[in-house]
Design a protein around this ligand. Sequence first.
Ligand SMILES: [Zn+2]
Length: 193
Amino acid sequence: MNEDTLTEMIIKCPACSVEGKAKSIMKELEIPHFGKVLETTIICPECGFKHSDVIALEQNDPAKYVLEINENALTVRVVRSQSATVTIPELGIKVEPGPKSEGYVTNVEGVLNRFEDAVKKALNLFDDTESQKNAKNTLAQIQELKKGNGTATLIIQDPFGQSNIVSDSAEIFEIPEEELRDLKTGFTTIEDN
Ligand SMILES: [Zn+2]
């Protein structure tokens, strides 16, 4: 992966509105077998706001990517845009797009790290024994997968085709119309009656 261009700009913070402090960093990356993506990060030293996203510069069709997570797949490159739903069914984990969801370019191990952090946060939120037991179980499974032990399935569904699992081992499916309707996009939709 080559870093083509890096642009930095000072912007008005979208969270606290302070002028002249927040920084917007745009990185254009060329991802083999996928194309160019623009990775943007906004950081505000004033209020601590931080947000990242990736935008694919070449528009693709809505797609579902499926990859078996195993010891050989940990370094596979993953592009997750803000509009993508990420699921590992064996772990019972699904991350849907929302106003706070972030786009990122990482690898399978990086996705597992993000899930690990999310489960650790959940551990602190729910203190009943059943939830604690489930969360600890999931954490243990994630840690084994990171060591290359066992297998699971990584599914990324993106209604805008902005995401990708960049591997010959990844299977790519079209998203059927009825599934497409049920996918969250991270945008607020208003029903028109
Ligand atoms: Zn701010």
